[in-house]
Design a protein around this ligand. Structure first.
Ligand code: URA
Ligand code: SF4
Length: 226
């Protein structure tokens, strides 16, 4: 698979330009069966960016990330943690819905490493525009995209981590940010915080406990920005 890089306009300097280009991405085979590309959305000046796995069935139909049950739960957790849900940006490691047809039902399938790798250039391009202070990694797929295959969310959740040397392409994220005048902006380097995926909260035996855990992790991000 060729990957997404060739579909990214090299001169893009807004998220909208990226979104338009991403609509035509054919960087892996997932575009074929899904309805549309689901790009990130939210505040272009967000200090916190959330990275999920991939769009679900509802997101695929609406063309927007986190509009289903997991998204509702995530926004509530963001609010309960003391972050402003109006000032965040939400995106996914993989931007097309991967599913398996069972009769008429579309059953979610976890993306493979090839899809994560193929789609990562979009995530890098979003980060380059957003220059977030904190990137919240939601669950194992996002962790694979940003922290490599050996990272374990269950072991290292809720900790603010420096941008990791173990990330597969750390250089992508360390581009010196320059403004339109070519001046180097003094944006703080992003830190990373891993936590469980909101869908995992919905699947948990003890949902209240899992939810409290998610809120607790997000509170660490809220405090760091305060
Ligand atoms: N789960 C995700 O990881 N992303 C979405 O956009 C929706 C559900
Ligand atoms: Fe492109 Fe990502 Fe969609 Fe694959 S999943 S076609 S790389 S946008």
């Amino acid at each position: 698979a060729p990957g997404a890089q060739q579909f990214i306009p090299p001169q893009a300097d807004t998220l909208d330009e990226l979104r338009v280009a991403a609509a035509g991405c054919r960087g892996c085979e997932l575009y074929r069966d899904a309805s549309q590309t689901v790009f990130g959305r939210g505040d272009a000046r967000a200090r916190v960016v959330f990275v999920g796995e991939q769009p679900g069935d509802m997101e695929d139909q609406k063309g927007l990330p986190f509009v289903g049950p997991a998204g509702r739960l995530l926004r509530r957790a963001v609010d309960d943690a003391g972050l402003d849900p109006g000032h965040i940006y939400l995106t996914n490691a993989v931007k097309h819905f991967r599913f398996e047809l069972r009769g008429k039902r579309r059953i979610h399938q976890t993306p493979d490493r090839v899809h994560i790798t193929a789609c990562r250039p979009w995530l890098v391009a979003e980060f380059a525009q957003l220059r977030p202070e904190i990137v919240v990694v939601l669950g194992a797929t996002a962790a694979k995209a940003l922290l490599g295959p050996t990272f374990r969310v269950t072991r290292q959740r809720g900790e603010l981590l420096p941008w990791p040397a173990s990330a597969q392409h750390p250089e992508d994220f360390q581009r010196v940010p320059v403004d339109s005048e070519g001046t180097v902006a003094d944006a703080p380097p992003a830190r990373l915080l891993a936590t469980i995926h909101p869908s995992a909260v919905l699947r948990a035996d003890d949902q209240d406990k899992a939810y409290e855990g998610l809120v607790g992790d997000l509170t660490v991000a809220a405090r760091a920005l305060a």
